[in-house]
Design a protein around this ligand. Structure first.
Ligand SMILES: [Zn+2]
Length: 260
């Protein structure tokens, strides 16, 4: 079979809804999702298309899970978060799209568009798509009755399973909590990417705040970790990035960002 740029990746039934999106609070996931989208400049990392209002194409944060089926128990590991477009997402989860069409939630024309996207990107015809779907279904069925152990890796921090508060900086947000909102609002939040570099790699960190200040601080540090992991930053750079958050007010943060 030819090497495919875009593949079908069906989530095994025992792992449905066992993901960051389901386990995080809504506002936390929304902030994280937004950070992933911004860092990727709203561009799909698979097909390279940018989100646009004209074309109606959106981009989303995508959880990249690896399954190891030959161990006992089998494991599912969250490797990274990426930014992918809605069409690539539908290819990954083609079973879900078929269900949505069956229930009238999506139009059949969307499936045609998705198959076309698969074929264009992989430089193939629809027989390759059919082959890929059969193969994916086979794998999916073989995983249906397995027990999986979830491995969150560094993402575990987000779920609070190994948060050492002392390791994280508390950041005075200075933001105002708008009426009826769960997150602080401020002109800076989610908007200023601060470049952090170790000389070889650069990541851009975006300030995010949760409803509670302490949790917000944890999240900021965590976002540094996530982005560092994405770009393979050195430990020194990660420490430096963490240090940048300590005791910074938003105004200082903004000044640092504009200098960078
Ligand atoms: Zn795409």
């Amino acid at each position: 079979m030819q090497e495919l740029r875009l593949r079908i990746e069906l989530v095994p039934p025992p792992l449905w809804r066992k993901n960051l999106r389901s386990y995080l609070t809504e506002s936390r996931w929304a902030n994280l999702r937004e950070a992933v989208r911004q860092v990727a400049d709203f561009t799909c990392e698979i097909c390279g298309q940018k989100a646009s209002r004209e074309s109606g194409l959106g981009v989303n944060a995508h959880e990249d899970w690896r399954y190891v089926d030959d161990g006992r128990p089998a494991t599912a590991s969250l490797i990274r978060l990426g930014c992918i477009c809605t069409l690539c997402h539908h290819v990954h989860h083609i079973g879900q799209l078929r269900n949505m069409i069956a229930s009238g939630e999506a139009q059949p024309a969307l499936l045609d568009r998705v198959v076309e996207h698969f074929c264009r990107l992989n430089g193939c015809d629809s027989t390759v798509f059919e082959q890929e779907e059969r193969h994916a279904m086979q794998v999916w069925r073989s995983r249906a009755n397995r027990d999986y152990v979830l491995q969150w890796g560094r993402f575990g921090v987000l779920l609070g399973d190994r948060v050492a508060t002392a390791d994280y900086a508390l950041i005075p947000t200075g933001g105002q909590k708008a009426k009826g909102e769960t997150a602080y609002t401020s002109p800076w939040i989610g908007k200023i990417p601060l470049p952090i570099t170790d000389g070889e790699h650069t990541v851009h960190v975006i300030p995010l705040f949760d409803s509670a200040k302490t949790r917000g601080a944890t999240k900021n540090a965590t976002v540094v970790d996530l982005l560092a992991m994405e770009r393979d930053l050195s430990d020194a750079a990660i420490s430096a990035a963490r240090g940048m958050w300590v005791g910074k007010t938003l105004a200082q943060f903004a000044a640092a960002a504009s200098r960078g």
